[in-house]
Design a protein around this ligand. Structure first.
Ligand code: HEC
Ligand code: HEC
Ligand code: HEC
Ligand code: HEC
Ligand code: HEC
Length: 186
């Protein structure tokens, strides 16, 4: 009987450690290659979203900008920050593309079109991506060690939703849309 108290205490501690530790253990974190601030570009360079995240003539979405979108302004330093100097030394001068990690990346078998959601349905970037486009730095990319998927699929940072199948389907239902499996899966 006397042994039960340490036993219960030990169990509680183990459960507590697992509860707190599990999300960290299951997610592998990786910093983005460049210390990029959306906020500074909006404030100091006056850039608009579509300057970097454009729709092409054929309606497809260009996604994350390639280095040539940056090199024009950053051929020489525009300011005195270490972040900018690192970016110029490591990427602009050697003409090396940064390997950006895509927080929203879906599994290969999912088909997603920005054009349908943004242009046809008039949705804002924030409604799916949260506040990344206004942020003052890029949070580390978190990847689920078991599935290899981005952790944002389960919860987009700064929002109360993720980008799981149920999140897509729930929004479609509230808008009276029913899609077959093959509309979303290749
Ligand atoms: C000067 C270029 C530039 C401008 C202007 C810009 N972005 Fe970005 N954006 C980037 C770069 C570079 C990344 C890559 C970081 C990454 O891997 O997510 C990014 C990433 C993002 C992402 C995350 C995509 C993902 O899944 O990883 C979102 C969302 C986003 N931008 C939204 C916006 C919005 C909204 C605006 C306008 C308010 C905007 N951006 C303006 C360069 C820009
Ligand atoms: C229209 C011009 C313009 C474009 C295009 C542009 N930048 Fe900048 N960038 C600026 C200005 C202005 C600053 C602020 C310089 C200062 O005063 O410190 C800046 C600052 C930076 C910094 C320093 C840290 C920070 O974010 O403030 C980094 C890193 C950077 N830019 C990377 C990029 C990357 C990567 C791209 C392409 C995706 C890009 N820039 C495209 C004008 C631009
Ligand atoms: C209906 C939800 C939704 C809206 C609205 C939305 N996105 Fe996305 N975005 C996604 C999904 C889902 C992905 C991942 C696509 C994939 O991996 O196939 C993504 C991926 C991205 C990426 C990574 C590169 C790519 O194309 O895969 C960028 C950058 C991005 N979005 C920026 C934006 C910007 C800027 C806007 C506003 C103009 C926007 N998104 C609006 C859901 C959305
Ligand atoms: C509105 C879009 C949408 C529809 C419709 C849809 N799915 Fe999905 N499905 C997704 C997305 C996004 C994911 C990836 C995120 C996740 O795992 O929840 C996914 C993931 C899956 C997965 C897991 C695959 C993996 O790699 O983890 C299976 C299996 C699946 N769907 C089957 C189906 C079947 C069967 C149907 C038809 C009854 C269906 N889906 C309809 C969007 C959709
Ligand atoms: C917040 C609401 C919302 C979310 C979240 C959302 N969608 Fe949609 N989706 C829409 C609306 C609205 C339309 C109809 C657009 C139209 O036809 O005007 C649509 C249409 C579609 C279509 C049909 C395209 C066509 O050509 O008719 C596909 C496929 C699709 N979405 C896939 C996805 C996937 C995959 C996800 C999750 C990663 C997703 N959607 C998340 C609102 C949403």
């Amino acid at each position: 009987m006397r042994g039960i108290i340490p036993f219960l205490a030990g169990t509680l501690i183990a459960l507590g450690a697992g509860w707190v530790g599990f999300p960290y253990a299951i997610n592998q974190r990786r910093p983005q290659p460049v210390d990029f601030s959306h906020k500074i570009h909006a404030d100091k360079a006056g850039t608009k979203c579509e300057d970097c995240h454009a729709f092409r003539e054929d309606g497809t979405f260009a996604g994350i900008p390639a280095l040539d979108k940056c090199s024009g302004c950053h051929a020489a330093a525009m300011g005195t920050t270490a972040a900018e100097k690192n970016f110029i030394d490591q990427f602009v001068m050697p003409n090396r593309e940064p390997q950006w990690a895509d927080y929203a990346r879906q599994p290969e078998n999912v088909f997603f079109s920005h054009s349908v959601h943004v242009k046809r349905a008039g949705m804002t970037c924030e409604s799916c991506h949260g506040t990344t486009g206004a942020s003052n730095g890029l949070r580390p990319y978190r990847e689920d060690r078991i599935s290899g998927y981005s952790a944002d699929i389960w919860k987009v940072s700064g929002t109360n939703h993720g980008m799981k199948m149920a999140d897509c389907v729930n929004c479609h239902r509230t808008k009276g849309l029913e899609h077959s499996c093959l509309d979303c899966h290749k």
